[in-house]
Design a protein around this ligand. Structure first.
Ligand SMILES: O=C(CO)COP(=O)(O)O
Length: 248
């Protein structure tokens, strides 16, 4: 049985003060949650969030990081800077990073390996565009993303990776993939993991759905056989809404 994992991606929202206020509300609302709960926040909020959420069941994640240990990379953040703060998770390869910041399957692979080296738990994002879905190439696109992301990754690391299936056309659009569509693609992702690492790893790896998840969509989504959680954007910004999703 896979433990559900619900993660919020706050993207580029909130000042430190605002973030702490939401985290403070959230920790009370989700303290009895059965799912793993994670908030992935902008870098500068991370120290304050780790402090605010210390000793609670809400874990803190970053939304990106560099794959190098250190060096002349102006504006970037190294993995050790995150672990030093007590950050446990990191989103890797979000479609917005791929689309606007030149993230490639190769950098995604390097970032995943950097996360494993540092004991960070990666949330690896994959997903197809609307054109790709309409051209019926979803499975090929995601097979390629998965194969390249896990290139030279060992099975025990693969097993602990959270994968988020986020169809790009469903992000921030209010257009959710139907639960059946999401479950079908997530099942295919599990098959890809099985091909790479065997059925044992595939049965353990947790795969989330992301894209316009709301309090009123989560129950049906979590009832599907292969959906193990959600990566939530907009609806994670308010503690009340996010807590409803966490407690689906
Ligand atoms: O991109 C997402 C989470 O990473 C999804 O965002 P929305 O929930 O706002 O559609």
């Amino acid at each position: 049985m896979r433990k559900p994992i619900i993660a919020g991606n706050w993207k580029m929202h909130y000042t430190v003060k605002e973030a702490v206020k939401v985290a403070n509300e959230l920790k009370g609302l989700v303290k009895d949650a059965e799912a793993d709960v994670v908030i992935c926040a902008p870098y500068i909020q991370l120290p304050a969030l780790v402090e605010e959420l210390k000793g609670t069941n809400v874990k803190v994640g970053a939304q990106n990081m560099h794959f190098e240990e250190k060096g002349a990379f102006t504006g970037e953040i190294a993995p050790s800077m995150l672990t030093d703060l007590g950050v446990e998770y990191v989103i890797i390869g979000h479609s917005e990073r791929r689309q606007y910041f030149n993230e490639t399957d190769e950098t995604v692979n390097m970032k995943l390996k950097a996360a494993y080296r540092h004991g960070l738990k990666p949330i690896l994002c994959v997903g197809e565009s609307l054109e790709q879905r309409e051209a019926d190439t979803t499975k090929d696109v995601i097979t390629n993303q998965i194969n390249k992301a896990f290139l030279d990754v060992e099975a025990d690391h693969a097993q602990d990776t959270v994968i988020a299936y986020e169809p790009i056309w469903a992000i921030g659009t209010g257009k959710t993939a139907t639960s059946e569509q999401a479950n079908e693609t997530i099942g295919q992702i599990r098959d890809m993991i099985s091909t790479l690492y065997g059925a044992g790893v595939a049965s353990k790896v947790r795969i989330q759905y992301g894209g316009s998840v709301k309090p009123n969509t989560i129950k049906e989504q979590m009832a599907m056989s292969d959906i193990d959680g959600a990566l939530v954007g907009g609806a994670s910004l308010l503690a009340e809404d996010f807590s409803k999703i966490v407690k689906f």
